[in-house]
Design a protein around this ligand. Structure first.
Ligand SMILES: CC[C@@H](CC(=O)C(=O)O)C(=O)O
Ligand SMILES: [Zn+2]
Length: 330
């Protein structure tokens, strides 16, 4: 796999995998820059610096978390490859012979840390993805309360977002990859340790990324394997053009709802720790035309859900959908 050299602000170069599509940089601006508000209001991604959002956690490492995360059981995914493709196990029965691409394990942080430290190259890759809750130790609570809640709550209010739904703690190792997908929430993604690369596509490129059907366990995930794209099956992927952001400790990426993203723990940057701040989208006060691409994606999802409910059998959906459009809307 070809790689290219990259760096953030001219510091400590690292290597990024090259793909078949072009990558333009996401703007990287200080939180004091008024352009940040404009980009967030227009639901455009931006890397925001100097927020101090997670400054109270920049000292987190495996040893500190091992000592202070408490003795609760946390969600860890284990994968034979370095890819951690999300799946909804409640939809597993909708697809014949569905094979879960990773195993969901529950373990204490101490056990997770030990497995990471003793991991041999042939061992499965591990990725902790745990919602921060009140089971964590007191020092983690103090660090959590020390997040810059003033700044982020001001953003939530200014952009009329809904409630904070989750802070997901992500602890992984370099080369862990979360393949391309979109989420239905607004997200301030805070990087604490190591570097992460985001490959982003706007909701307007839905037609290039071929998501699985809505009843599939991989709903919201792209069917395209970026490492080996099948241009026969997914010809529009040739037109995909990405934005790219590399975030390091203290950086915050605003990741707008319905934007596609693939997330890669950057090689050579060691242990990787992040925390997400997911918010419900705000209400749409007035429908304006033309509709925004993300509104059209939401509409498509609602129509798919309605058809699935009405047919009441996932096996009938493909023929129904094809009969509806094939040869008719060209
Ligand atoms: C959930 C895992 C992923 C982040 C992401 O997809 C998001 O924050 O929406 C990552 O960091 O590997
Ligand atoms: Zn995501």
């Amino acid at each position: 796999m070809a790689t290219r050299k990259a760096e953030i602000n001219g510091k400590r170069p690292f290597r990024l995998k090259e793909y078949t599509f072009s990558c333009e940089d996401v703007p990287r601006l200080s939180c004091t820059d008024p352009e940040v508000d404009r980009l967030i209001s227009n639901e455009q991604p931006v890397v925001i610096t100097d927020t101090n959002l997670v400054s109270s956690a920049l000292h987190w490492d495996l040893d500190y978390l091992g000592k202070n995360m408490g003795d609760g059981m946390f969600t860890v995914y284990s994968s034979h490859t370095n890819k951690f493709k999300y799946f909804d196990d409640k939809k597993g029965n909708n697809v014949k012979n569905f094979r879960e691409p990773m195993r969901h394990l529950d373990m204490t942080f101490q056990d997770f840390a030990k497995r990471l430290c003793n991991k041999k190259p042939e061992d499965e890759s591990l990725y902790m993805q745990q919602t921060l809750n009140d089971s964590v130790g007191r020092r983690i609570v103090v660090d959590f309360l020390g997040f810059n809640w003033n700044w982020i709550t001001e953003q939530q209010k200014k952009h009329n977002w809904g409630q904070l739904t989750a802070n997901l703690l992500l602890v992984g190792t370099e080369e862990n990859i979360t393949p391309s997908h979109y989420d239905e929430q607004q997200n301030f993604f805070a990087q604490i340790k190591g570097k992460k690369r985001f490959i982003l596509f706007p909701p307007s490129q839905f037609g290039c990324l071929y998501p699985y059907p809505i009843y599939h366990p991989h709903d919201r995930q792209s069917q395209v394997d970026f490492d080996d794209p099948d241009f026969e099956k997914f010809p529009e992927f040739k037109k995909a053009a990405a934005l790219e952001a590399v975030v390091g400790p203290g950086d915050v990426l605003y990741l707008p709802t319905y934007w596609w993203h693939q997330v890669e723990c950057v090689q050579g940057t060691g242990l990787n720790i992040s925390v997400t701040f997911w918010y419900k989208c705000g209400p749409t006060d007035k429908i304006e035309y033309p509709l925004k691409p993300q509104q059209k994606v939401a509409m498509m999802r609602n129509i798919e859900k309605m058809i699935n409910q009405a047919l009441n059998d996932p096996k009938e959906v493909p023929e129904f959908m094809q009969n509806m459009v094939l040869g008719r809307y060209t």
